[in-house]
Write a protein that binds this ligand. Structure first.
Ligand code: C2O
Ligand code: CU
Length: 455
């Protein structure tokens, strides 16, 4: 399996009508069996056909034949096991993004599931409630595999979160937003960002979603391989952000927009009772390129409903941050001539250990984007930064306080050209080799990744 580069577009993008089909809510995966204290799941990674654009079947790579892939709902303190069988003809593997997981279950890029093989992953679920996700991480292939559909939600909850009374059940819905290029014959073409005009939510192009006039909790995911987006409602509707990548914020924040770079999440509560039954409101992406539509999703308020849910003024305590004892520096950059992406001047070498850290240590990492800014649609010089094993806190941006989108517990931080962020994390519990990388997956596929060994 060689590295794959985005291909040039072959044919015209398929025309599509906005709000032509209903947004599906990803099915919640049922355990194959449950034993005392844990659940066991079975999934097959395989090709499947789905209408991403209404009336036009497209072949995707899927978890369990479904696109969007099934949501795994897990509870803190209850480990799960997931058997993943690879029925594709390319390597695959599965990484629980944001998960605190032993190295041999982390979906290390070199630890792949070859075609025809299977693998049992164990997820201990010993961390705070958070909107995690699972996706492909096979060396060199992760960008294309994720682009072709291997991404799904993993919602970890805990008792403290459940006691808050937030919208739940059918009123707690993941929204997986990503861009795509679907051509006239239905093929999903892995190509550069500027040639991807379609925006999918839960695997459908610009869908509508029927809601009741009450509060909804949305787990907003940017599952694009390399795009940043800013979401807002077309009518300026205010909503509350209650959480980030790594779980709940201390208190809700009222806002009218949410910025997410590739891989980031926001946990938001929207109250449609302020919109009358019969009205509609469109969620848009104000960072849309000229080549694509800014409309993302239309909410149609179709019925009234009682609403026992609340958004408490106090949500959760952030984990205590021990005093850091180690500082490290990282520079993200692009080698335009070689077409590779670098961390500290090097491309990924799975044999090389770049950072050796002590288990239990709290460290501060200073991450700088050393590239020069260029205008969109060239995204090559925008980077972000993702650590495996531990989520982090952003403690500084460009010598000042973190940005609004840096708040809370994070596992991806945006690092646009010229920016420097400082993040702090504690390497808890496990030893072994993990990776850290840019979550613009074409960049990590082309070298912008490195090895952290915990000893
Ligand atoms: Cu999501 Cu390594 O990443
Ligand atoms: Cu990058």
């Amino acid at each position: 399996n060689a590295a794959t580069a985005p291909r040039a577009a072959a044919a015209e993008p398929a025309p599509s009508t906005p709000f032509a089909h209903e947004m599906p809510v990803p099915r919640v995966l049922s355990p194959a069996f449950s034993a005392s204290g844990h659940d066991y799941y079975d999934l097959t990674i395989r090709e499947a056909r789905h209408e991403l654009i209404r009336g036009l079947p497209t072949t995707v790579r899927s978890y369990g034949g479904q696109y969007p892939g099934p949501t795994i709902r897990a509870r803190r303190g209850r480990p799960i096991f997931v058997r993943q069988r690879n029925s594709l003809d390319v390597n695959s593997n599965v990484h629980l993004h944001g998960g605190h997981v032993a190295a041999e279950h982390d979906g290390h890029p070199m630890d792949v599931i070859e075609p025809g093989s299977s693998r049992l992953y164990c997820y201990p679920n010993d961390q705070r409630a958070a909107p995690l996700w699972y996706h492909d991480h096979a060396h060199h292939l992760e960008a294309e595999n994720v682009y072709r559909g291997l991404h799904a939600s993993y919602l970890l909850s805990d008792d403290a979160e459940r006691a808050l009374g937030l919208p739940s059940g059918p009123y707690d819905v993941p929204l997986q937003v990503r861009d795509a290029r679907i051509e006239e014959d239905g093929s999903l073409v892995y190509t550069r960002a500027a040639d991807r005009p379609h925006i999918l939510v839960n695997g459908r192009e610009r869908p509508y979603f029927r809601v009741a006039a009450r509060k909804y909790r949305f787990r907003l995911y940017n599952m694009s391989v390399d795009r940043y987006m800013t979401f807002r409602f077309a009518d300026g509707t205010e909503y509350q952000q209650i959480g980030t990548d790594g779980g709940l914020l201390p208190a809700p924040v009222t806002t009218t927009s949410t910025f997410l770079s590739a891989g980031e999440r926001a946990d938001i509560v929207v109250d449609f009772s302020r919109h009358g039954v019969g009205s509609s409101v469109v969620l848009e992406n104000t960072d849309a390129l000229a080549s694509e539509n800014s409309d993302v999703l239309r909410f149609d308020v179709v019925r009234g409903a009682g609403d026992p849910s609340v958004v408490p003024a106090t949500l959760a305590e952030l984990p205590a941050m021990p005093t850091p004892t180690v500082e490290r520096d990282f520079v993200l950059s692009t080698d335009h001539e070689a077409g590779t992406y670098l961390i500290n001047g090097k491309t990924y070498d799975p044999e090389r250990v770049d950072v050796t850290a002590q288990r239990g240590a709290t460290e501060v990492w200073t991450v700088t984007n050393g590239d020069q800014s260029v205008p969109p649609p060239d995204f090559h010089v925008h980077h972000n930064f993702h650590t495996h094993l531990a989520q982090f806190r952003v403690i500084e941006r460009n010598g000042g306080p973190p940005a609004a989108s840096d708040a809370g517990v994070k596992d991806v931080v945006f690092v646009p050209p010229g920016d420097t962020v400082r993040i702090a994390m504690t390497w808890a519990t496990y030893t072994g080799r993990y990776v850290y990388h840019c979550h613009h997956l074409p960049h990590s596929s082309w070298g912008q990744m490195a090895t952290l060994e915990i000893v």
